[in-house]
Design a protein around this ligand. Sequence first.
Ligand code: DGL
Length: 270
Amino acid sequence: MSGSACDRPIGVFDSGVGGLTVVRALMERLPLESIVYFGDTARVPYGVKSVATIEHFTGQITEFLLQREVKMLIIACNTMAAVAADVVRRLAGEVPVLDVIEAGARAAVASTSSRRIGVIGTPTTINSNAYARRMHELDPSLRVYSQACPLFVPLVEEGWLDHPVTRLTAQEYLRPVLAEEIDSLVLGCTHYPLLKPLLRDVAGPGVRMIDSALTTAEFAAERLQRENLLAAGSRRAAYRYVVTDVPLRFQTIGERFLGRSLGVVERVDW
Ligand code: DGL
């Protein structure tokens, strides 16, 4: 791509607000990169929807971002990455596509020494078995123990990051995976990095938390470098946020996920 192509934004997308954990990691790792973020706030949550529905929605979002001439696509939503990554890759053509499952799976395989890994995520992500499949491709001798945690998304959006109800819920969800003596736990949902301190407490010091937001940012940096697509830094990074519902809730909750103010949020009417 030409010099100006490097200055194009990265397209990051999610079912709603959660993918802002990935945006936050990207802003820290790649401060010169501009980002267009798409959150499908009118149709969230995806984590309890069928594969066909998620594929359809994901295709629409991909086309939208490709029209905005992004230089790379990042699937920040674990649920979309689990069941619709192929749809994105097919539509994207030459545009590189990264996803949180690839990044999280690799990081978990690199982290484990006991070869016993836990994965938590939405019901659709866990039912797809996408994390376990990818990790087994990387190392067939691994033991992977998965657990759906459907209550975590609403608890995080409620801001109950260190609340007794969340702690009890986490103890209940994690009990079966912890019983398998895992040494690494993949936080396989956009919302879970916000629960890291609480999950660390519940899981104890012997379990490493694999935060796919951080690994995805690292992957993005490597890939941009490899493809000669790093922003030259001739302009300040610009951040745009596009949502499908009225932006108020996204704005309020989003600032917690992003750790800074969001600025302008645009709404598309589909
Ligand atoms: N973004 C979703 C994920 O990472 C969580 C929210 C939802 O269910 O849509 O799986």
